[in-house]
Ligand binder design. Structure first.
Ligand code: NAP
Length: 353
């Protein structure tokens, strides 16, 4: 289904400028729609969204608008939305924004429809995504990580709820660099990275809480106000930091606090922790991790690319990882439909045995 082919710029004027690049957003969900709406503001780009028919219908009915905690708003309508990948052949660049769990079935389609010289930017969280794609595709694969979170707040309306930037692998592709500079121009900070392993490993350190939050079933502020859950998270982080050390990778720090201090800070008494980390805690009292949302929607989670990486790399580098192992086990139970919820104290007791 195609719901339109013209792009309207921010001022509401139809663009007449010649199109330089055709950009495909493959897996237009929260992150894809958010990024795509930015690119629609540049009349030199033709943006094609690829995703589910339900999303196509939603955007055709409501348009696509994005807002952000930094107070900018972009609107794009009509947009070119396709529920089949045939038109991918016209794209000069693909931003791949499906979940990591959707990559395997997506690979065959990408191979079929994507021109082999077209670069592909993989925006999934987690470790191992770039390697997996490069193994199966001949296209150049560039890694990027979003360190902010995007929520859908109403049909067709996506909101960036946290500050953060796009960490973007440095590369020599003119089209990729044009797109990253477009984001920068539109108040979406882009940080070019030479060491994507460091960027991925540092992001994983923060994402270890996704599983714990899902297991707790609690909103993030409530879960992080629980000292036992924080103690578990601190132990999970220690395991990953030990693996990183053995692997010779220094994980990038995304806060003002040095990564090695995070486990120590998490173990502080709650009152001190909350005072010290007020700015780092989610402001939305009802916010949950993406993994909690996946489980709620009966979807597979990205656990294989998150805590399970700690376990597998722990085996490779002979670092024991019982905490992440237990979190993976619990998430797999939840994925299989077993109702299990463990308090932080339950988890600490299980680990003590
Ligand atoms: N959202 C964020 O704030 C954020 C921040 C940082 C990183 N990320 C990363 O970005 C990735 C995407 O996250 P998201 O939150 O944007 O996920 P999402 O909202 O679920 O978006 C992905 C979209 O792709 C669709 N899709 C999956 N397979 C497809 C296929 N074969 N053909 C067409 N459409 C397909 C999904 O449909 P179905 O749901 O029907 O499968 C969904 O609509 C994840 O790896 C996440 O870790 C997200």
């Amino acid at each position: 289904m195609q719901s339109g082919v013209q792009v309207t710029d921010n001022a509401g004027q139809q663009s007449t400028a010649g199109r330089r690049y055709c950009i495909g957003i493959v897996g237009a969900g929260k992150l894809g729609c958010y990024l795509g709406a930015h690119l629609c503001q540049d009349s030199a780009l033709e943006v094609k969204f690829f995703g589910r028919e339900t999303t196509a219908l939603e955007l055709a009915a409501h348009g696509l608008s994005v807002t952000s905690c930094t107070h900018h708003t972009y609107f794009a309508q009509p947009i070119a939305f396709y529920s089949s990948l045939n038109s991918l052949i016209e794209c000069d660049l693909v931003l791949l924004t499906v979940k990591a769990t959707a990559l395997v079935p997506m690979l065959a389609q990408l191979k079929h429809f994507l021109r082999p010289d077209v670069p592909l930017v993989a925006l999934q969280d987690g470790v191992g995504v770039g390697e997996m794609l490069s193994h199966d595709l001949s296209n150049p694969v560039i890694r990027a990580l979003a360190t902010f979170s995007v929520l859908k707040i109403r049909p067709g309306q996506f909101h960036r709820a946290t500050a953060g930037a796009l960490f973007w692998q440095r590369n020599d592709f003119a089209v990729v660099n044009y797109v990253s500079s477009t984001f920068s121009r539109l108040q979406l900070a882009v940080q070019l990275c030479d060491d994507m392993a460091s960027a991925e490993f540092g992001k994983l350190l923060l994402d270890l809480n996704q599983a714990l939050n899902a297991i707790s079933g609690l909103p993030l502020p409530q879960q992080l106000a629980d000292r036992d859950y924080r103690a578990v998270l601190a132990l999970a982080m220690r395991e990953w930091l030990a693996v990183c050390h053995r692997a010779g990778v220094k994980p990038q720090s995304y806060s003002r606090v040095n990564n090695s201090l995070l486990p120590w800070i998490l173990r502080l008494p709650t009152l001190i922790f909350c005072r010290l980390c007020q700015q780092m805690l989610p402001t939305d009292a009802s916010a949950h991790s993406p993994m909690w949302h996946d489980l709620k929607a009966n979807k597979r989670t990205e656990i294989m690319f998150l805590n399970d990486v700690v376990v597998r790399m722990g085996q490779q580098y002979q670092v024991p990882t019982p905490v992440n192992g237990l979190l993976v086990e619990q998430i797999k139970w939840l994925e299989s439909g077993q109702a299990t919820s463990m308090t932080g104290a339950d988890i600490l007791r299980r680990l003590a045995h």
